[in-house]
Design a binder for this molecule. Structure first.
Ligand code: HPA
Ligand code: ZN
Length: 334
């Protein structure tokens, strides 16, 4: 039995597979700069975060109807179920859709259609994270979050993503205060391309409960000590870091160092259709590259369970499944 996996760092827009993008473009009569797989596939060669974001946010143009958003989400959940995912906290970027005239209702209701059927259809529990672009004004994010909450959509947490360098967490204090006042949980991308200082600011100023990526934290010893002491969750995406060139190669990835230091690190997929793999592929890649022990793999999974926004009973259930999975064979041996 494979280990039950918990996905905590996944952008739904980053799960659109190339064939689905082209199929939706044709069906919705959308003109993309590419019309065939031969045109599209060479674009998946990234030089940095921005080069990826440019492709990601061009391809989302093909999403138009509520059913498009539901189908994107359903396809992700189906693939996640195959990977052994039992719980997924997924994010979406409302600004990517509003700016091209797609109504909020189409986006969020479509995503919710699929999430609300997920336990029954895929045996996966879910949470939904509304992520905001850090290269847009904080006022815009607050306005959009207000509208989403007023509409009554089930949103569990806020996040912060997109271009990092030059857009520090301090710009978003007001958004996170507002989100907290509404009872939402809080995550934030930090320390992916940006400096360790952004991780500290995301904790101190935004009170983020989880840091997405955070790998550059290792450049700051005081911060590392704090992350270990407070067991701050870092959701790390190794294949993403390689493809966006935040690390030169997988063998240079700091994951083993993070584990050895006792940081609360877990492994996730970020934008799987862009970075060459889903959560199981990320686990397989790090397990074989670093020859991780069963204990290490179990630790990564338990960290994800503990770092999720599930209630204590649901966490306890998953924890016992991880222990059972470990005694019956783990991903490493599959
Ligand atoms: N970083 C920042 N923004 C993003 C990412 C990422 O890895 N993926 C999708 N949006
Ligand atoms: Zn991300």
């Amino acid at each position: 039995m494979p280990l039950p996996l918990v996905e905590l760092h996944l952008h739904l827009e980053g799960t659109l597979e190339p064939d689905f993008i082209l199929e939706r473009a044709a069906a919705n009569d959308i003109e993309l700069p590419w019309t065939t797989l031969e045109d599209l596939l060479p674009r998946y060669e990234f030089t940095d975060l921005q080069s990826f974001l440019d492709l990601l946010y061009t391809n989302v143009e093909v999403l138009r109807s509520r059913e498009d958003f539901a189908e994107m989400t359903r396809r992700y959940l189906r693939r996640a179920a195959k990977a052994g995912v039992k719980h997924a906290e997924v994010s979406f970027d409302i600004q990517a859709h509003i700016r091209r005239g797609v109504p909020m209702d189409v986006v969020v209701r479509g995503i919710r259609d699929a999430l609300d059927a997920s336990v029954e259809e895929f045996d996966i529990t879910t949470k939904l994270i509304a992520s905001f672009w850090r290269d847009r004004p904080v006022e815009e994010a607050i306005e959009l979050l207000t509208a989403m909450l007023d509409a009554g959509y089930a949103i569990d947490a806020v996040g912060l993503d997109s271009a990092e360098v030059g857009y520090p967490p301090s710009l978003f204090v007001e958004l996170y205060e507002f989100a907290r006042s509404k009872g939402l949980r809080a995550v934030a991308h930090a320390g992916e391309e940006g400096p360790a200082n952004y991780v500290r600011d995301a904790l101190d100023l935004l009170h983020a409960e989880r840091i997405d990526h955070g790998i550059r934290s290792l450049e700051d010893d005081d911060l590392v000590q704090r992350l270990v002491r407070d067991q701050v969750p870092l959701t790390v995406c190794p294949l993403s870091n390689v493809r966006l060139r935040t690390v030169p190669a997988l063998s240079d990835h700091p994951l083993p160092r993070m584990l050895a230091l006792g940081i609360n690190v877990s492994v996730h997929s970020d934008d799987p259709s862009y970075f060459g793999g889903y959560i199981d592929d990320n686990f397989d890649a790090v397990a074989s590259t670093f020859n991780l022990s069963e204990e290490d793999v179990g630790r990564l999974t338990l960290n994800a369970v503990d770092s999720s926004f599930l209630d204590p009973e649901a966490k306890a259930r998953l924890r016992s499944q991880v222990r059972l999975g470990n005694t019956q064979g783990s991903l490493v041996e599959d």
